[in-house]
Ligand binder design. Sequence first.
Ligand code: C2E
Ligand code: CA
Ligand code: CA
Length: 659
Amino acid sequence: MRSRGHMSVGTKASMDLRRSVALPKATRCEECQVPLAAVDGLLVRYGRDSGAFYFVSHRSEALTGYAVAELLWGDGATGAVAGIAHDQLILPDERERVRAEIAAVGEGERYRVRYSLRRRDGSVHRVRESGVVLRAEKSRSRHQRAAAQRTVTADGVALPPADEWLVEALIEDDSEQVASERRRDDAEWRFRSMFENLVVGMFRTTRDGRYLAANQALAKLYGYASPSALVASLRNIAERLYVDPARREEFARLIREEGRVIDFVSEVYRADGTRIWIAENAHAVHDAAGDTLIIRMAQRLREALRAIDTVARYGGDEFVLVLAEHSGLHHTMGTLERVQRAISEPLFIDGRELRVNCSIGVSLYPENGDDIGTLLRHANAAMHHAKALGKGQFQFFTREMNTAAHQRLALDSALRRAQEANELSVAYQPKIDPYGVPCGFEALMRWNSAELGPISPERFIPLAEETGLIESMTDFVLRRACQEAVSWPLPVSVAVNLSPRLFRDPHLAARVEAILAETGLPAARLELEITESALLGDLSQTMTIIESLRALGARIALDDFGTGYSSLTYLRRLPIDIVKIDRSFVTDCEQGGEAMAIPRSIIALGRCLHLRIVAEGVENPRQLEQLAAYGCDEFQGFLIAKPLSPEDARAFLEGKRVG
Ligand code: C2E
Ligand code: CA
Ligand code: CA
């Protein structure tokens, strides 16, 4: 999640010391005694246009094969000879690109560029260079100080001309192996931080640069005995902390304009006057409202998930959600959409409205990894991808899942427009009795999308159920089917499917009643098909609604019977009128014998309970004969007719050949 606000609150991370850098004087980090030699990167300062090196750390030889003195530009004072220019370290093919990228960077801005470095022995090495562009006169005094101190190190320092644009950069090995190790370290580091939050220096400051709070890790990093000692002595961040006070201005500007800083690298004084380089990640929030914001977001996350799911603060404004079991992509996406909706609801803190959005990265177990470290790493990578895509996105780790997710979103947005665009229609599949006399039709929704072509209900109905669109779509089918049925030449029934979700609305029966009144169809001609899963929700509410529908005079059919969880005895207790034997039993029944056992029992019991029995998916005469022999009342399926257009349905009733 990213929040926007005004004051600055944040995590100040020394990140890892491998990546912190130091001026020549500080040959080791006092805090952890890591010698600078362990900083696995080459620290350089060079002229942006000339490429002349003015500072080269002693790691030079390891990375480039050149000794410090070979790279360093002479300035008379040091006696060094004119060295190799920055350009010459870059593979010729890539020079222009790298130059252009660095030339585009404004004063004080940071950049990161990757290229192939040609070592002294001609071998080629992938590196990444991250740095900042400065004007020489601005940092000249610093260079002079540094030059004066250089005798203590093997690092080389030379003085640049005052009018030159300078680049200060860290060049690091970026070979695939190192990069992946780095990624792994990052992920592991962050993972640990979930439990040992305090490995990161954290602070909260006011807008004008006073500390409000700091943690032990930050105090230690800056060399103070305790957080309170830090807060008490570091009264003016701009002057007391940053070696270059302009960095504080820059920090404040970024917070003001962009609401955050990411990997903001600067040099700071520790309590004893020594200096270290730090990378800061901070973001703005309203005053002390930051904590409240995080807490409220955590509450919303908890509410958006089920009790068996887990929410954990991952540091800063990042959370890890562990979804206990995922029953398919649809379900997961539904959950993520719920989370995003919950987060993006406006929030009021201290009378101010805040709007927050979140980027979500998802990794799935076991598809994307079988240990928590791998899963977190992959989720993290996906989250960064989501962030790059803009506000309020989510991304899965694998391409296939992203594609599926993307298609689903496309389908959803097309479906939202379908109704207005007149793309929905209704087909009518006839049912006949054992003598071949038509006794009714089942209304089946059809969607012919202008963009995507005809889409099967098997695809769009589940989506509509999940997103709630099914409500208005059912009203549409119901209204159409009733209007149509009123105009049929015979007073046969029409059956409409009601998805389980509709039973969440206690006014469902009233809606049906209104449509019957509006269209003038007698309720006795309306059948409503429900599946057993409708009974899985609030059972007593569902029962009440079913009773109200029957009270109107409509009949209730139990669809797909035999595929759900109900036992035959359960049938007796349900307030229903019709049972539809699922297609899967009908397909088998032509074999007779044992395959008929289930349909036979359903028919027998149904008859005892005075229920009408409909067989669906009847595709051949053999199936029909078998079922008719045991007393099945109605038959529906391709044998009789496919779902028909309204005109064909009418023709069917008139005894004309259709299809
Ligand atoms: P259902 O309610 O079981 O509908 C019967 C499905 O079986 C229809 O598929 C129909 O075309 C198909 N069918 C009919 N006879 C045969 C046959 O002899 N052999 C085979 N193999 N299939 C046959 P359709 O139209 O694709 O609908 C699929 C499902 O979509 C429906 O299954 C129903 O669950 C849902 N559906 C369709 N329209 C609506 C609607 O308006 N509202 C709701 N809630 N669901 C709908
Ligand atoms: Ca049905
Ligand atoms: Ca069915």
